[in-house]
Design a protein around this ligand. Structure first.
Ligand code: NAD
Length: 295
């Protein structure tokens, strides 16, 4: 069994830490938000008074934080306090450059590091069905695999440091664009007098098939579990989609990749978020498309 320091016990980190406890690992957890610590404590996480206290005895440190700046700040604080050779595993979604910088800082301080962002959302974190996208050496991936298997269903080793974040950003670029495409298709179908079910029955078994349609269907009815059936409660909040599209935009600007559709999609989600959609599931963008179509 492994002694783990877990930093960031929010919507994702809380249930991930709880699953590690359930599997018999010792987890010292820290979060500046008292309510997050209390909830984790109820799930068996040992509360630490600070990030430094959480990592002191740890063999593995897992971070699940809001942004690259949070991860770098946190690493600055704790790397010097951790036992030499600790494995640092960052599961936050952050930019590739920050991920590489964080890993380099960990290695310079005598530790090992991988980036391992996730897909699967809060439901996946609770049910331990997350997919991990991992960047780092083969040895460090092997070292992390057992713990990743406790928190998720699948881990893909994507390449060297930063490759996990690159895969996450590219995947969510596809996701954002495809959700807008599916939303536009349903709204056009409505204008043409096509029922939602008819379009779903065709596209879900034809070349229009994609996750945005078959799992997160933006209209109520065809997929009973999709957020559209509960007034677009997330799910995957628009604000988080926007964060990931922003990371893709920044990466495209840095590398020169032409992601014209990604850029336009980010603009559409930005407008939807500014219009009150930030906290709703990102599939709610169909309502903005429908509103514009009514004009
Ligand atoms: P969250 O805001 O619920 O949790 C982040 C937690 O980090 C907060 O509780 C915050 O207090 C804590 N924190 C901040 N600084 C800290 C520090 N120095 N030490 C310890 N804790 C600190 O966010 P979340 O939804 O859990 O998301 C976490 C990460 O996972 C983000 O990078 C997000 O993009 C990514 N992600 C989220 C989802 C999702 O559906 N929520 C899905 C995939 C990936």
């Amino acid at each position: 069994m492994t002694v783990i320091g877990f930093l960031g016990l929010g919507n994702m980190g809380g249930p991930m830490a709880a699953n590690l406890v359930k599997a018999g690992h010792t987890v010292h957890g820290y979060d500046p938000v008292a309510a997050a610590v209390d909830a984790a404590e109820q799930a068996g996480v040992a509360p630490a008074g600070s990030a430094v206290q959480a990592v002191r005895e740890a063999e593995v440190v897992i971070t699940m934080l809001p942004s690259g700046a949070h991860v770098l700040d946190c690493y600055r604080e704790v790397l010097v306090e951790a036992k030499p050779g600790t494995l640092f595993l960052d599961c936050s979604t952050i930019d590739v450059a920050a991920a590489r910088q964080a890993a380099e800082a960990a290695v310079s301080a005598g530790h090992a590091a991988i980036d391992a962002p996730v897909s699967g959302g809060v439901v996946g974190a609770q049910a331990a069905t997350l997919t991990f996208m991992v960047g780092g050496s083969t040895d460090n991936f092997a070292r992390a695999e057992g713990l990743l298997a406790v928190m998720g269903r699948r881990s893909v080793h994507c390449g060297d440091s930063g490759a996990g974040q690159a895969a996450k950003i590219c995947n969510n670029l596809i996701l954002g664009i495809s959700m807008v495409a599916v939303g536009e298709a349903f709204v056009l179908g409505e204008k043409l007098g096509l029922s939602h079910q008819a379009l779903f029955d065709v596209a879900s078994t034809a070349s229009g098939q994609c996750w945005a349609l078959t799992t997160n269907c933006p209209v109520p009815g065809p997929v009973p579990g999709s957020p559209a059936n509960r007034d677009y409660q997330p799910g995957f909040a628009t604000a988080l989609m926007l964060k990931d599209l922003g990371l893709a935009e920044a990466a495209a600007a840095e590398t020169g990749a032409d992601t014209a559709l990604g850029k336009h999609t980010a603009e559409l989600f930005r407008a939807y978020a500014a219009d009150g959609g930030a906290g709703t599931d990102f599939s709610g963008i169909i309502n903005a498309i429908r509103d514009r179509s009514a004009k």
